[in-house]
Design a protein around this ligand. Structure first.
Ligand code: COA
Length: 290
C-alpha cells in the first residue's frame, strides 16, 4: 500500500502561492505540508498566532520553502481583508485559496444556544464566503486567475442529525462552490470542493468525541473499505485539485470517504451482517422450490 506517499511529481506546485485557512493544525496543516513539498509557498491562517508560528517553523524546517503565518478570525471581515492585504503584500499574488477553517459542535440541536448555532454558521459559511469574496473580488479587479478549493463534508448533501449547524453551513459552502464555478469561470477562477470522510485529527476527534466516545463510535466501522483515511491521501487529492493538472475540473465535489456515506444510504447495505452460512441456507431453500 502506498497510502502515505505523495502522488504528484516533484515541483508540481512550483510558483504557486497558496492560502490555507485553518492551516495551523489538522488536515489544513497536512495539506499545507504536501503543497510545500511540491514547491508552493503557503500562507496559513487561524485565530491562534502562537500555533501558526510554531507550525510555520516546523514546516519550513522539514520541507523548506516559505510559510507565512497570519492570525485571522474568518468571522471578522476586517480581519479577513487585513489578512488578504498582508498575504498579497508579502507574496505579490495568491494563486489558490483553500477554505479549510471550520468549527463544529456535536449536540442534540435543541441543546444548542442561538449563539452556539450561529458560531458554527459564522465560521463555516460566513467565514468561507468572506474569504472567497475578498479573494475573488481582488482577483477579478487585477485580472488574475485563481483557484478555490473548499472543504465540505458528505453530510452537506444528506444532512445529519447532531451536527445541524455544520450540515446547514457546509450545504451552503457546497452551493457557493458550484455557483461560483459557473459564474466566475469567465474570470479564469475555478471552484471545487472535497468531501472527506473520517480522517483522524486532534481537533475534530478528541474535542468533538471526548473520552471513550471515540471508541464507542469508531468511525472505521462505518467505512466499507474498513479503515479511516490517511492524511496523505487527502493531501494527494487536494494537491491535484489546486494544481494545473485539474484545469478542466470545475464545480466538482470529490468524495474521499472509503464509501462511507453510500453505505449509510443504500437500503440493503446493512445486510453485510448476514453470515455466509445463512446465505447458503437461503440459496439452498431457493433451489428446493425450483
Ligand atoms: N457544545 C455546544 N455548545 C457549545 C460547545 C459545545 N461543545 N462549546 C461552546 N458552545 C457554545 C458556547 O456555550 C457559546 O454559546 P453561549 O454564548 O450561548 O453560551 C457558543 O457556543 C460559542 O462558544 P465560544 O466558546 O465562545 O466560541 P468561540 O468562538 O470561542 O470558539 C470554536 C468556537 C468552534 C472555534 C471552538 O469551540 C473550538 O475550537 N471548537 C473545537 C474545534 C472544532 O470545532 N474543530 C472543527 C472540527 S470540524
Amino acid at each position: 500500500m502506498i497510502l502515505a506517499e505523495g502522488m504528484l511529481k516533484p515541483g508540481a506546485l512550483k510558483g504557486k502561492n497558496i492560502l490555507i485557512t485553518g492551516g495551523g493544525t489538522g488536515l489544513g496543516k497536512s495539506m499545507g505540508e504536501y503543497f510545500l513539498e511540491l514547491g508552493a509557498n503557503i500562507v496559513i491562517t487561524s485565530r491562534k498566532l502562537d500555533v501558526l508560528l510554531a507550525t510555520a517553523e516546523e514546516m519550513m524546517a522539514a520541507k523548506g520553502g516559505k510559510v507565512i503565518p497570519i492570525a485571522c478570525d474568518v468571522r471578522e471581515i476586517e480581519q479577513v481583508e487585513a489578512m488578504w492585504k498582508e498575504a498579497t503584500g508579502q507574496l505579490g499574488q495568491i494563486h489558490v485559496v483553500l477554505n479549510n477553517a471550520a468549527g463544529n459542535f456535536i449536540s442534540p440541536t435543541e441543546r444548542l444556544s442561538t449563539n452556539a448555532f450561529n458560531t458554527v454558521l459564522d465560521i463555516v459559511l460566513k467565514g468561507t464566503s468572506q474569504v472567497t469574496l475578498t479573494a475573488g473580488k481582488d482577483w477579478i479587479a487585477k485580472k488574475q486567475a485563481g483557484v478555490f478549493l473548499n472543504i465540505v463534508t458528505t453530510y452537506a448533501w444528506t444532512g445529519s442529525g447532531y451536527v445541524v449547524p455544520s450540515a446547514a453551513a457546509k450545504a451552503g459552502v457546497l452551493a457557493l462552490t458550484r455557483s461560483l464555478a459557473v459564474e466566475w469561470a469567465k474570470y479564469d477562477i475555478r471552484s471545487n470542493a472535497i468531501a472527506p470522510g473520517p480522517f483522524p485529527t486532534e481537533g475534530a476527534w478528541s474535542r468533538l468525541l471526548p473520552g471513550d466516545l471515540v471508541k464507542k463510535f469508531d468511525p472505521a466501522k462505518k467505512v466499507p473499505v474498513g479503515r479511516v483515511g490517511e492524511h496523505q491521501e487527502l493531501a494527494n487529492l487536494a494537491a491535484y485539485l489546486v494544481s494545473d493538472y485539474s484545469s478542466y475540473v470545475n464545480g466538482e465535489v470529490m468524495t474521499i470517504d472509503g464509501g462511507e456515506w453510500l453505505k449509510g444510504a443504500g437500503e440493503f447495505n446493512n445486510l453485510d451482517v448476514i453470515p455466509e452460512e445463512m446465505w447458503d441456507m437461503m440459496e439452498a431453500s431457493r433451489g428446493k422450490k425450483a
